[in-house]
Design a binder for this molecule. Structure first.
Ligand code: EPU
Length: 416
């Protein structure tokens, strides 16, 4: 297993190119199941989760190549199944459920089990498919879904769910009639998926608003598209500039996808300038402590909560960080404390009292974004920080140590 060894205390300066978004690429790859033929995706990041989705699709008979462009050929789907081994390593595997039932009338998908950041059930995905006429049964840990042809339905989500919205939107494209999704997720990744589905011939209106309307068509055809930039990767590098007292220029971003994060970083005292696809960010001395509450897009994303908390550990006062999406997304708190952070938990709120400096220590990554927060802590800490279990990080950050080294960080990947 690899670990990252970081000698902290170096302000980062320079340019970082932002990669394609993992959470946009994964649903696009699943959507390839909806149309036979060759789909082409540009700007797909090289990440472990992307590889897992490739393996999942390959097991079903959809071969893919990932060179400069990712090409997926979904002409010969043999077994419409997502096995436990893959679903347990990547919950987004559940994104194949909607496309498989809609296109092949049958899917067998393992139920995801517990998760490091919360219970994360898929009841809303299943309830929606049932409303569209699918028969859903649970058998030996698997969801078995069947439908001769799904039919349009009016579905109101009890709670905003990103992959739930994506799954039902994909399923509705081939359903008979019109489906209305109310209280739908408005994340940029949902809009990017809707754009691709429309390029395939789907009829979707309202993506990016709380009400998405999909009028089913008989058939879709493969197309090509470019994956949108990873807003969470970009946000993580902005926090890296802040926590190290440096300045970074991020290229290939979508500042409009990061407004809530940029707003909070400005409140925290950073200077941020966005123009076109570039964001320039610089720290200005001590960080102000500010409060943050995670909410669905366009509010502050849960996927930036851990990284923002790392920044707040060096704040000038007290910051309250409330996690409203997942009930257990504070695993990084104990590890940040090992770096000298002063954080108390009060239910779903973390009370972060700023300290003057962090000090390097061995820490353990527990999930993807928690890992990123530990890397940020390590970059700022005096002395050496060793981050173990970085396979979590490799799920979602492309070449993180290379990108950080290129802007001055003393960071190395070491085999344990
Ligand atoms: N929920 C239910 N029932 C459902 C679905 C969701 O109760 O059927 C609950 C969840 O337990 C959670 C809330 O609804 O409390 C929102 O979860 P959501 O379904 O939106 O999460 P997700 O779709 O499983 C995606 C991202 C996550 C990101 C969340 C929230 C992908 C592949 N994953 O997950 O990304 O945190 O939305 O924005 O898009 C990450 O990249 O590190 C990551 C975890």
């Amino acid at each position: 297993m690899d670990k990252l060894v970081i000698e902290g205390g170096v302000p980062l300066h320079g340019e970082v190119k932002i990669s394609g978004a993992k959470n946009a690429a994964l649903p696009l790859m699943a959507s390839a199941l909806l149309a036979q033929g060759s789909h082409r995706f540009h700007n797909v990041p090289r990440l472990r989760d992307i590889r897992t989705m490739q393996i999942l699709l390959k097991n079903m008979g959809a071969a893919s190549e990932h060179d400069k462009v990712m090409e997926i050929d979904a002409s010969r789907i043999g077994s419409p199944e997502a096995p436990y081994d893959l679903v347990k390593t990547m919950r987004a595997s559940v994104l194949v459920l909607g496309p498989l039932v809609a296109k092949y009338g049958h899917a067998r998908v393992s139920l995801p089990g517990g998760c490091a950041i919360g219970a994360r059930p898929i009841n809303l995905h299943l309830k929606g498919l049932e409303q569209m006429g699918a028969d859903i049964a649970l058998d030996h840990g698997y969801v078995i879904a069947r439908a001769r042809r799904l039919r349009g339905a009016r579905i109101t989500f009890d709670q905003v769910t990103v992959t739930g919205t994506e799954n039902l939107m994909m399923a509705a494209c081939l359903a008979d009639g019109t489906t209305t999704l109310k209280n739908a997720a408005r994340e940029p990744e949902v809009c990017a998926l809707a754009d691709y589905l429309c390029a395939m011939g789907a009829r979707i209106e309202g993506a990016g608003t709380p009400t998405v309307t999909v009028t089913g068509v008989d058939e879709l055809r493969p197309s090509s598209c470019t994956v949108i930039p990873d807003r969470i990767e970009a946000g993580t590098y902005l926090a890296a500039a802040g926590i190290t007292g440096g300045s970074l220029r991020l290229t290939g971003c979508r500042p409009d996808h990061l407004e809530a994060v940029i707003q909070k970083l400005i409140e925290a005292g950073m200077s941020i300038r966005a123009e076109g696809d570039v964001i320039e960010a610089a720290a200005n001395g001590r960080i102000n402590s500010v409060n943050v509450k995670t909410q669905p897009f366009p509010a502050f994303p849960t996927d930036m909560q851990a990284q923002f908390m790392a920044l707040m550990t060096l704040g000038s006062g007290v910051s309250l960080i409330s996690e409203k999406i997942f009930e257990n997304r504070f695993m990084h708190v104990l590890e940040l404390r090992r770096l000298g952070a002063d954080i108390d938990l009060d239910g779903r709120t973390a009370v972060v009292r700023g300290v003057k400096h962090l000090s390097g220590a061995p820490v353990m990554a527990t999930d993807l974004r928690a890992s990123a927060s530990l890397v940020l802590g390590g970059l700022a800490a005096k002395g050496v920080t060793e981050v173990t279990r970085i396979y979590h990080l490799d799920r979602g950050y492309e070449c993180i140590e290379k990108k950080l080294s290129a802007v001055g960080a003393r960071i190395a990947r070491v085999k344990e």
